[in-house]
Ligand binder design. Sequence first.
Ligand code: HEM
Length: 410
Amino acid sequence: MYHVNDIVEPSIMGDEPTMYAFFDQLRNETPVIRCEHPDFEPFWVITRHEDIKYISQHNSEFINNPRTVMMELEYEQGLLDQFGTRNGLETLIHMDDPKHRKLRGVTREWFKPGPVARLTPMIEETARLFVDRMEAMGGECDFVKDVALLFPLRVIMSILGVVPEEETMMLKMTQELFGASDPEQSRGDGQDEGMSVLLDFFAYFKQVVEDRRSNPTEDLATVIANAKVDGEYMEELDLISYFIITATAGHDTTSATIGGGMQALMQNPEQLEKLRNTPELGNSAAREMIRWVSPVRHMMRTATEDCSFQGQPIKQGESLLLWYPSANRDERAIERPYEFDIERDNRHQLAFGYGGHMCLGQHLALLETEVFYRELLSRLDWIEPAGSPEYVQATFVGGLKSLPVRYAFK
Ligand code: HEM
């Protein structure tokens, strides 16, 4: 039996089998339950698919500002003191309408399936580079550290105008920001260290903005840097936050999907063979990998009026934490949720969220995953685990951080 307060523990949420057992318990016994942990402002834990979908869909009754993710009180206070907001940033996920609609509009076109499909040759070339690298490693590697982590990073960084020499620094900064609770990935224990990561991001992207205003190109960085909202350039905080959300949301999540997808394929060899023999299933397989991994573990909303879910009254001003991996294992909404099935109809999965804030980069994430596996499986002969997998110890963006594998190319 788990206690609801365990939900704040990265060591529990960072271990997938334990996390899913905990969610099964919550969904079945207490699908709407209040967490009152001494180190956190209280919040409601929401674990059923239907409730998460409803809350995500009703953006004026459940707003993103002021709290978007679960953070320790002390850290939230530090951000308030230093930046004047509890988030430190002002990204799309920290905003509500009408501002959210306007700023999302800046890149809405760019992220649609058609424009994203134009990136296919670049994504294929990048996938080839990393599959070549895997082949060159001679039959054994850490699939996450050597491949899955680096491929989406290269894609998103090239779109944002970060040159390859600076990618390692960006990767480190993202891990420090998202995996702040994982001792191996955090910059340090104190809130000063957490805040210094944000300041580093600011300094870096300010330079990119200046450059793209003087030397515009076709990339996303140019779109963001030169966008006018109500006739003006975006304010500095909004602008730099836009870069940070795209850079950070765009790679750890996709890396986790590709890493977890490989683990699922090795555990289900018949699915691997099916995908290899039927490349048309690529998009559907990518969707299933994303449901299976659900790398974004949660987002938070705050109720603007009194409401109730599963008979539990919730008051205006109280926060609700929506747990996507739980929604995606909810047998009330998803058939055989614990089976990895690349042919599944995945219209109902919630790994990208839902409603007005639904993931802006979803078509890019799907394309990257599909292209990567098409390239890899056309060349790979066999692959098997070569050691124990390890998970990121984090409650926000999770997934594998290590997956040793042994393999041969054809
Ligand atoms: C498998 C990969 C990915 C997953 C699972 C994922 C998941 C999510 C989730 C759950 C949200 C919040 C939705 C909500 O609150 O309803 C989100 C928002 C967002 N994602 Fe993704 N994401 C992925 C990849 C990407 C990529 C590749 C990009 C961009 C390059 C991206 C950019 C964004 C942005 C900008 C938002 C904020 C949207 C808004 O608030 O309007 N994501 N994503």
